[in-house]
Write a protein that binds this ligand. Sequence first.
Ligand SMILES: [Zn+2]
Length: 451
Amino acid sequence: MDLTLWFDAALLPDGWARDVRITVSHGRIGSVTAGVGRSPTDAGGGVAVPGMTNVHSHAFQRAMAGLTEARGPSNDDFWTWRELMYRFLDRGGPDEIEAITALAFAEMLEGGFTRVTEFHYLHNDPKGVAYADRSEISGRIAAAAQASGIALTLLPVFYAHAGFGAQTPAQGQRRFITDLDGFADLVGACRRLTANMPDASVGVAPHSLRAVSAEELAILPGLAQGGPIHIHVAEQTKEVEDCLAWSGARPVEWLLDHAPVDARWCLIHATHVTETEWRGVAARGAVVGLCPITEANLGDGVFPAAAYMRAGGRFGIGTDSNVQIGLAEELRMLEYSQRLTLRGRAVMADAQRSTGRALFDHALAGGAQAGGVAGGLAVGQAADIVSLDTRRFAFAGRSGDAVLDSWLFGAPTGSIASVWRAGREVVREGRHLDRDALEARCRAALKVVLA
Ligand SMILES: [Zn+2]
């Protein structure tokens, strides 16, 4: 037996249980027993919930958080973001990308995510030339995952065009571009890179309908070999207008009509959808990858999550630009964006479950599906466990779903006590155990990137 944990309460697949002992063997849950007293050798404490999958991240963008909040000339509100992105693309080499990514991954663990789905599109060097080893940056992402301890779903991104109708790529996109043969090699390399990483999975990500032609999109799903397939779609209204001009159809409508969208697929954002479109996504069993904080930060719009969920639609939560990293913050933003739109309260709750519980359950199930893995506090699953610091006043007198509601809506940031990933404690007292070293490395990288 590697480790024995005990919690006042735990959220198990069939609901809450009290006085729960979880044994861990070789990184997996060996047993779950409720209604037992704590023994002096048990670690743990507080309330345990399953570790969550972050369904969408571009980890390097963490370096730009807080630096893109000014307006540029001529009312161009993307100006500061784009300027900084270009500076990063000019200066960020493999060492810098790895350092920034490792700290972002550690922060995800601190925020309650035990798996990251990295949507990875920096394939070429700053001049736009493929690295001698095509999987150079993919390897750095895998190394960052190992340094932080987070589980990795690696999604190499296929990116070939500047706009709908296979437009020639622009100079600013030089680091992203691959052809189909090169991309197939990259996917194979990603499988080899992650072969020895516990619980890693690999899929493919056609970047968007702007960056991938219809002919290419017909080929890419086959490269996933049953793994997840993620695509950005319908994030902003201009994309909808451009897609209509190109094809006569809206982006999600076009995708459902032309791609084999099913439960392997995760549609990132899908912000601007008609009811016919979101009902179509729900019927296919695909996941919508919502990134509420990034979508708010970029002013994208609001996905009709409440209606979609009531129709049986599945969603997961992603941190995308990583402007802020935290599961509770993402779920709160999701709920509040729905309330502001619908002018109602508790809109994601259902007859059986409170708002926090319904949000958590949906994001957990959708996240596992989009990551191409199983999950939850059950025998045989990876021991990915998050404990809430119920010594905090925000949890006083709370039990059951009220613990989740108080975490999401009432508790201060930092209410996570410990996080175990594959049975190894990686966060304690809310702080990643290697945070100091990872932070020092990232500070050095920022000096290069932001110089
Ligand atoms: Zn994205």
